[in-house]
Write a protein that binds this ligand. Sequence first.
Ligand SMILES: Cc1cc2nc3c(=O)[nH]c(=O)nc-3n(C[C@H](O)[C@H](O)[C@H](O)COP(=O)(O)O)c2cc1C
Length: 367
Amino acid sequence: MQMQSKQMDMPLLTPFKIGGKTAKNRFVLAPMTRQRFEDESGTPTSLVEAYYLQRAEAGLLITEATNISATAKGFSHTPNMYTPAHADAWRSFTDSVHETGSLIAMQLAHAGRLSNQRVLPAHQHPHAPSTMDVNYFSRMKNAENVMEQVLCSPAVEMSIEAIKTVHADFCHAATLALDAGFDFIELHAAHGFLIHQFLSASSNKRNDLYGGEIENRSLFLLELLAELAKHVPLNKVGIRISPVGKYNGVDDTEDEALYRYLVKCLAKLDLAYLHVSEPNWNGSQPMSEALRTHITSTFTGCKIFSGGYQFQTAEERVKSNTVDAIAFGRSFIANPKLVKHYAENLPLHEVRKEFLYDGAQIGYTDY
Ligand SMILES: Cc1cc2nc3c(=O)[nH]c(=O)nc-3n(C[C@H](O)[C@H](O)[C@H](O)COP(=O)(O)O)c2cc1C
């Protein structure tokens, strides 16, 4: 009884429905690349598992961006999901998460042009919708084992055949991830990764079917979803988009129309959820209320919003009944027991930025 009244006062502690399942509360761990994996395997070590389990008070955990193939890699020390051995290695990880009562999604990603020959097979050039001047960076360890930002290598324009291969790689990775016990897979269509590179006019300069008008730029993603539906139930597929922002050399700040169209298309599919990364956390202008209303009223399925949320703003969003859950990023890094901090009104710790992408257990499992 006491718990019930506490939940009513604290809307983020109530459960929500997602893809036919129930998440225990409305806290989501946002996907965050932490570069603590071993390059050779790209599967969870005990350190990685400890990091996620510390945060398994959340209703839903989303893994950091996970490579769907060797050619999808953009950053060193990131996870992989493209062989049966990867799926086998992830299975005990998903079992451990489920024992806590949390759900877990794997974010599947292709970095596209956001890569460097140093981390790609046979030092090949990264793949991208178009070849353009390089003014964006990736992050990897150098020969002295020091993590550094590196200018990306010039990309080659993807052929139609290469596009089909990437679609097949996403489907293969999704099948493996669900087989490994993940509740959902999340397509990373945000933050300047490959799918976003196709969506945005700033990075897609193609003259064929996949470039030009909004409908054409959206085709790479919409065809991928159609392919995915042949391999996995779409109610196990979430998608993350980052409307009207500026990330990793991709700039959509003036393109509300793209996201109006895209969300209309996504609303017709029975997806597990739509995850919206809002633009302001990364220095762009906030999303207009008109676009927010368009997204929340058009996509009637489960919605997760993220980017710069505090407990109070998260509560307001959930109370308005327009959003189901809020994904927290940096505050969840610095406060593994974020749900407890909310429930018991405890003060929050600050994130140590110098260890976001490096530092083994420091700034990772020692908060
Ligand atoms: C260290 C770090 C790594 C990130 N890696 C990813 C990633 O792999 N995939 C992704 O979609 N977003 C990534 N993001 C963005 C976060 O998911 C989130 O949207 C962002 O931190 C804003 O939320 P916050 O204000 O609650 O931190 C990353 C952010 C940080 C700080």
